[in-house]
Design a protein around this ligand. Structure first.
Ligand SMILES: [Zn+2]
Ligand SMILES: [Zn+2]
Length: 268
């Protein structure tokens, strides 16, 4: 079976400081063949780049989360722009809008989002979009900044079918996280049933949002097959088909080398 790609993880997070390598090993054993570890501010973006440099199947993304948009001053954005050019950085994120928590003022969030979209176009890398209760504004800023030139991912998708379709029209992929496994997530289930498999991805958002069997605990990428299995059930296809399709979708968007193939040892 094709390995899965966890397209949204925070493996550098301090929640994994005690057992990070064991967590990664468990995920590999469970069939996760690629990981995207994603910064949310300058410090965690640096940590993501460092981790990706050490592990052959981990790639990094750099950016400032909407919660931290108030910290996205010129110096911080310049540092993110420098990190964005590192070879194992495959995307700009985590960026977006969060009108549910409102940790940064909304106009500041929109300005930071636009600045990151401009950076993404400058470096030619796709964007990883976080969105809570802000889909109309998010899609408007993305369209105004020409997101279709680089593409991107609506991560931990929580919108309705109309939002998903507008995102797809802008060149975005729809990524499903642990909540798709929750029995109460009936609207999300209907959205997943209706979307084409060639636009879908799976992710953990670990250490947050574990799938149903582990709710209330720390999430880790070894749990990703449970989310993928739920997507397969909703799509009416086999888990193998979901793995193959989502991994191909991720590799295409993020320009990853072939995922999950054995790499021959380097000549001595
Ligand atoms: Zn997020
Ligand atoms: Zn995240």
């Amino acid at each position: 079976m094709t390995g899965l790609v966890d397209t949204h993880a925070h493996l550098h997070d301090s929640a994994f400081d005690g057992d990070r390598l064991a967590v990664i090993a468990r995920a590999r054993a469970a069939g996760v063949a690629g990981f995207l570890t994603i910064g949310t501010d300058v410090g965690t973006s640096e940590a993501a780049v460092t981790l990706a440099a050490a592990e052959p199947d981990i790639y990094a993304a750099v950016g400032i989360h909407p919660h931290d948009a108030s910290t996205a001053d010129a110096a911080a954005l310049a540092r993110i722009a420098a990190l964005a050019r590192a070879p194992r950085v495959v995307a700009i994120g985590e960026i977006g809008l969060d009108y549910y928590r409102d940790h940064s003022p909304r106009p500041v969030q929109r300005t930071a989002l636009a600045a990151h979209l401009q950076l993404a176009r400058a470096v030619g890398k796709p964007v990883l979009l976080h969105c809570r209760e802000a889909h109309a504004d998010l899609l408007e800023v993305c369209a105004a900044e020409g997101v279709d030139a680089v593409g991107g991912i609506l991560h931990c998708f929580s919108g309705d079918l109309a939002v998903a379709r507008r995102g797809i029209d802008l060149g975005l992929l729809i990524s499903l996280a642990g909540p798709v496994t929750y029995p109460s997530a009936r609207r999300l289930a209907e959205v997943v049933r209706a979307l084409p498999l060639d636009r879908l991805l799976v992710e953990t958002d670990c250490p947050y949002l574990p799938p149903q069997p582990w709710r209330g605990q720390r999430n880790e990428p070894a749990y990703l097959p449970v989310t993928a299995a739920r997507v397969a059930e909703l799509q009416g296809v086999s888990p193998e088909r979901v793995a193959a399709a989502t991994t191909e979708n991720a590799a295409r968007l993020l320009a990853l080398p072939p995922v999950g193939r054995a790499v021959p040892p380097a000549p001595a």
